[in-house]
Design a binder for this molecule. Sequence first.
Ligand code: NAP
Length: 350
Amino acid sequence: MAVATVVESKEWYLAAYAPENVPNSDHLKLRTVNVSLQHDSIPDQHVVLQVLLISVDPYLRSMITGRVGDLYMPPHPLNKVMTEFGMGRVIRSKSSDFSESDIVIYPFCPVAEYCVIPSNFLRKIDSTADIALPNYMSALGVPGFTAWVAIEVIGDPKPGSNVFISAAAGGVGMFAGQFAKLKGCRVVGSTGSDEKVQLLKDEFGFDEAFNYRKETDFNAALTKYFPNGIDLYLDNVGGEMLEAVLNHVNKGARIPISGMMSQYNTIPSERKGVKNLLNLVGKEVKMEGFLCGSFLDRFGEFLQQMETYLKEDKIKSKHEINQGIESFLDSFVSLFSSSNHGKVIVQVAT
Ligand code: NAP
């Protein structure tokens, strides 16, 4: 049987910047390209990857506003294939470190079916370990690590601390809440549907949760759910929720800011201002924006802890797995609609 020398690959590329509103098919488009599998065409220290899983993350939004210095990632070049945290199977290798059929993780994985990539940032995973592959995109990937940095490193709550988490049923939120519960805290989450409120309480062990789309007076909601004030708030949404939290913080509270989902689709001049920052002073609150990538020196420690928690079933993971590369745009858009349950992942191949 003849060995294939070229393979067709569908890939998502950036056709136009989306300065505001939820991006759509005018901005992100699918095209088909040929990927050569011929040994001579693969550069040294490169591999050809068949992409299996793609993590769908809000940070992509910050790469497609077209504004330099806005949000927290530089603009993605037009016409170039999008990249994401992903996992794939090596199908050709010109690197002595990787062999065909190795399963690897690549933080800058093209959103494509196949790709030729340098081997220096690849991390091999033990696919025989008793860990389902999607966990490497969630619990053991960016969301889990971000949650760990927020709670274990920056937040460092004590047993009995009152912890609030927004976007609590998403990738980062679900793990953050469970980390805080493991530390003996009282944990409350906000999310965008009643179904997800139930999920937080029944599956992830949150003490309380509320639907911010129904309980729209955030000050009233926080008065109700935090009669003793808030000691730690993991901010995933910014805007009005952050402002409301600042009215309920206790002395010495900590606010790790992971991101601001409520502001990503808005141009800078129309974003919600937070008018009560003065509350930080009297209450001596520490508010800190962070990028998980700046804590990579602690990734090994995190992995060890998280793998143990997963094996012992102390931390649960929920994935929303959408099938096929075609589903990438809808998957991305779902991050802005409250329709996703847990970590959104695209399964490109098995
Ligand atoms: P996710 O929570 O799985 O998905 C985003 C969630 O945000 C949605 O499910 C939705 O849930 C909520 N949301 C969407 N629009 C909203 C709005 N207008 N107001 C309030 N909530 C809204 O995503 P994720 O990957 O775990 O990311 C969560 C946050 O962490 C984001 O801000 C992201 O940028 C940030 N992040 C930061 C780092 C870092 O290193 N700093 C790394 C990873 C992620 P609801 O049902 O609750 O509305």
